[in-house]
Ligand binder design. Structure first.
Ligand SMILES: *Cc1c(COP(=O)(O)O)cnc(C)c1O
Length: 429
């Protein structure tokens, strides 16, 4: 009989190695963050073994006495945090929340307005030709918002023309993955509604900034529905949610269950309740610090000669900084070069890439996020050092100095802040 004990142990050893590596790195993937100890504890609790299915009080499974109470608390806290008439905390990810919205509010062949991917759109808003969820899973036709590269934002007038040229628009999905500046929801909501469309906003990246009052407030600006991930700038467990005006509640509930999930992740629901409470208490300060840090990083990189996008509008009003790296080679090469020096970032398609023949594997940019570094306690001073380190690392000539400076700097940043008590960021044994 073979024993798989050594396989078992080797997986554990790799998890340990991953944590050690990240504790000595600069984790700057813009869609990532780090959760507090109590959130991580509930993720490992018995809730993660259970089934509920359905709405609290109307479950398909027994054993939900406490689960129902937790989910109702998550709902109450989430509604308060986003000042929303309705929230469903069951979607198991941001993409699943988007699929629920498409299911509830559109049908096959309908047209949805969204951003193209080089202009910041997400693959879940994408066309069938690119295997995007909207096209491939839901057979939606996608019409793009017009985009202004200098503004790094949706072009309002040109988008209005595109909307008017359509017979009907069923949905509009604001929001994106490369997301530097608030979108013109207010400016476009009315014309979208006049064209027969529901105004939606994908806050996967910026939910924490919205909750903290630092970006824009889509539900007050004309958006009727908003989806988000719970683990990007909102520093919770991996998961999704959807909020909306009350009139969409019944349709959305059915689209979430049974439409797009059977069991939802109950441990994650408990984690969502905790992170909503953390955000109600600490979210304003956190969101402000994130944006200040992103702007400090962008300014320092620009002063070192890097080509930071969005210059016309002060580089960024979110947690992200986008850098055109074509002078070095391309974003794919830079992503690998930085990873080899313990700086973890994404390559990023940027406006103009497709016309120039650049594609997803070797795009023109990289995207930097400061949400996680901020949660670890870094401030403006550290952002100047991070910018210098990244600038050196991009040239790729002083690798030992780069990894040494990061290790030294990270010694003071091993703790998760902005929660009811500070907790270790890395504790897997
Ligand atoms: C990350 C992202 C998603 C997907 O969220 P998951 O939680 O990973 O499923 C959806 N929309 C946008 C705009 C995103 O950036």
């Amino acid at each position: 009989m073979p024993s798989y004990d050594s396989e078992f142990k080797s997986v554990i050893a790799k998890v340990r190695a991953h944590e050690k590596w990240f504790s000595q790195s600069l984790p700057m993937i813009a869609s990532e963050n780090v959760a507090s100890r109590r959130v991580r504890d509930v993720m490992a609790s018995d809730l993660g073994h259970r089934y509920a299915e359905g709405w609290p009080g109307e479950r398909v499974y027994a054993g939900c006495k406490f689960i129902d109470q937790i989910e109702l608390q998550a709902i109450a806290l989430g509604k308060k945090l986003f000042r929303a008439e309705f929230i469903d905390v069951r979607p198991i990810s941001g993409v699943v929340a988007n699929l629920a919205v498409y299911s509830a509010l559109s049908g096959p062949g309908d047209t949805m307005l969204a951003l193209s991917i080089p202009n910041g759109g997400h693959i879940s808003h994408g066309k069938k030709d690119f295997s995007g969820s909207a096209g491939l899973v839901h057979s939606l036709e996608i019409e793009y918002f017009a985009f202004d590269k200098d503004e790094m934002n949706i072009d309002v007038d040109a988008s209005k023309k595109r909307i008017k040229a359509k017979k009907s628009v069923r949905l509009a999905m604001f929001g994106g993955s490369l997301f530097l500046f608030p979108h013109p929801v207010k400016e476009l909501a009315e014309i979208i509604r006049d064209a027969g469309g529901t105004v939606c906003y994908d806050a996967a990246h910026v939910a924490g900034l919205i909750a903290g009052g630092m970006f824009q407030d889509p539900l007050r600006e004309g958006a009727q529905v908003m989806t988000f991930s719970t683990h990007k700038t909102l520093f919770g467990p991996q998961g999704g949610a959807v909020v909306s005006k009350a009139e969409f509640a019944d349709q959305l509930k059915k689209a979430v269950f049974p439409g797009t999930t059977s069991n939802h992740h109950l441990h994650s629901v408990a984690g969502k309740a905790l992170v909503f409470a953390e955000f109600l208490e600490f979210g304003r300060k956190y969101a402000k610090d994130v944006v200040v840090n992103a702007q400090a990083l962008a300014q320092k990189l620009a002063s070192l000669g890097e080509k930071v996008l969005g210059e016309k509008n002060g580089y960024t009003k979110s947690h992200q900084v986008a850098v055109d790296v074509i002078k070095y080679s391309d974003g794919g090469t830079l992503e690998k070069r930085l990873e080899a020096q313990n700086i973890v970032v994404n390559r990023q398609l940027i406006p103009g890439d497709l016309q120039a023949g650049r594609h997803y594997t070797n795009p023109g940019g990289i995207r930097l996020g400061v949400a996680e570094l901020t949660r670890l306690g870094m401030g403006k001073g550290e952002m100047a050092e991070v910018a210098e380190i990244i600038h050196l690392a991009m040239a790729g000539k002083r690798k030992r100095e780069v990894t040494g400076r990061i290790r030294e700097m990270r010694k003071d940043f091993q703790t998760v802040k902005y929660s009811f008590s500070d907790s270790p960021a890395y504790f897997f044994r």
